[in-house]
Design a protein around this ligand. Structure first.
Ligand code: EZ4
Ligand code: CO
Length: 410
């Protein structure tokens, strides 16, 4: 029997910070897992280095479920983003190994293909309507068949998720993490936002018609009643979903939103356990579940969660920002292809530097992503290049209310 011989934690920053786990077996097979927790990267790196790596050596790499339970139950302190990102990284690396040993891509181990490819959505944004239209057109030209739209709000400055000054053909970072010891501060006003956003979607439908699926991310900024107001006011524009309309910790607050609007609801990118979704799923308060594989406990946990959600006709919409590494994105694609209740996959292209360090084989064609047919996850890690991009702290901006400077959700 092969055993786990080595667990390495690799930190690199080709454009943004990524933490990667590499497990090597006594037979020399390696598996990669994504352990990136944006803005809190080194906490996960230390968790794995100090507390997981030493207890994994000598174990059978094939027993993924048992290792997952060993780390989850065995750690005593359950759940939480740091713990679950660490467990996810180990889990995904072991699936990569299992695929390589079997000579099969991971999706084959999960039941094979349920579809030709995973419908992807890209991120368009604009500081005004002409800039936004241009950004949508750029995405259509790139082949996207679904698009998330974020907009600046008159009277507010820079808003998170809106890229400034876009030019066609250039790759934009819609969620730039500023380097430095402290995050940048932005100003927010929910009333201004609530009045402006429906006019943006009205303009988009006038220009692009109704066949294009459009999505929007509220980024936890609303109360349940404000979210109900927004959901209602967006109904005429037929959104694919309204994401993170409220902070998700209080699952019951989604009852108010659900009872007031038929706009589809998606949530969960900051959740890390099936329990975070329990009320949302059993009461059918949402339509799409937004976790990433990287922050949701790995392929093992997310496969179970999606099977549970399937009983309630809730579909996937896995988180795929550029702060999930190409390994995390590949893991999502293997699950997307395999499960029946797939909904949509977020797809922000990684920077060229990121894709040189993480060499992927997934494809994007005719609006659909496919994980590729290489054994395992199909991602390689270039150590030498990775070392040329050293880690430095980087943070996404924070938000304060324009009226009085109180901290708000960003
Ligand atoms: O702000 O990944 O839908 N996507 C998002 C994200 C998150 C970042 C946080 O690290 O809201 O891009
Ligand atoms: Co989001």
């Amino acid at each position: 029997m092969a055993t786990i011989k080595r667990v390495e934690v690799l930190v690199t920053s080709p454009g943004r910070n990524f933490v990667t786990v590499r497990i090597t077996t006594s037979d020399g097979v390696t598996g990669l897992g994504d352990a990136t927790l944006n803005g809190r990267e080194l906490a996960v790196a230390a968790y794995i280095r100090e507390h997981i790596a030493p207890i994994l050596t000598g174990r059978d790499p094939q027993n993924i479920e048992d290792t997952w339970q060993y780390l989850y139950r065995g750690g005593y302190w359950r759940r939480g983003p740091v713990t679950m990102t660490a467990i996810a990284a180990i889990d995904v690396a072991l699936w990569d190994i299992k695929g390589k040993v079997a000579g099969l891509p991971v999706y084959q181990l999960l039941g094979g293909e349920s579809r030709r490819g995973a419908l992807a959505y890209g991120h368009a944004s604009g500081s005004d309507i002409p800039a936004l239209f241009q950004s949508v057109r750029n995405h259509l030209d790139e082949g996207f068949k679904a698009i998330r739209v974020q907009s600046a709000v008159p009277g507010l400055g820079q808003v998170y998720g809106v890229a400034a000054d876009q030019k066609p053909g250039k790759r934009y970072d819609y969620e730039p993490a500023g380097r430095g010891s402290a995050p940048k501060e932005e100003a927010w006003d929910t009333r201004k936002y609530l009045h402006h956003i429906p006019t943006v979607f009205a303009a988009l439908r006038d220009e692009f018609g109704y066949s294009l699926p459009l999505l929007h991310d509220g980024h936890h900024r609303m109360t349940p009643n404000q979210a109900a107001i927004l959901g209602k006011s967006l109904e005429p524009y037929d959104l694919f979903w309204l994401e993170d309309c409220t902070p998700g910790e209080n699952q019951e607050s989604l009852r108010r939103v659900r009872s007031q609007t038929t706009t589809p609801i998606a949530i969960g990118e900051i959740f890390n356990s099936a329990f975070d979704y329990q009320t949302l799923i059993t009461e059918q308060l949402i339509d799409y579940l937004r976790s990433s594989i990287t922050h949701g406990g790995g392929i093992t946990a997310m496969k179970k969660l999606m099977d549970f959600a399937a009983l309630y006709q809730i579909k996937s919409g896995f988180h795929g920002p550029t702060d999930v590494s190409p390994i995390g994105q590949a893991a999502a694609l293997h699950l997307d292809i395999a499960i029946h209740n797939f909904g949509i996959q977020e797809y922000m292209r990684h920077s060229d530097d990121t894709l040189k360090v993480f060499r992927t084989c997934y494809t994007f064609e005719d609006g659909l992503l496919h994980p590729g047919v290489r054994p395992g996850l199909g991602v390689d890690y270039d150590d030498e290049l990775a070392e040329a991009f050293p880690y430095s702290p980087a943070y996404l901006p924070v938000n304060r209310l324009q009226t009085d400077g109180a901290m708000h959700d960003w």
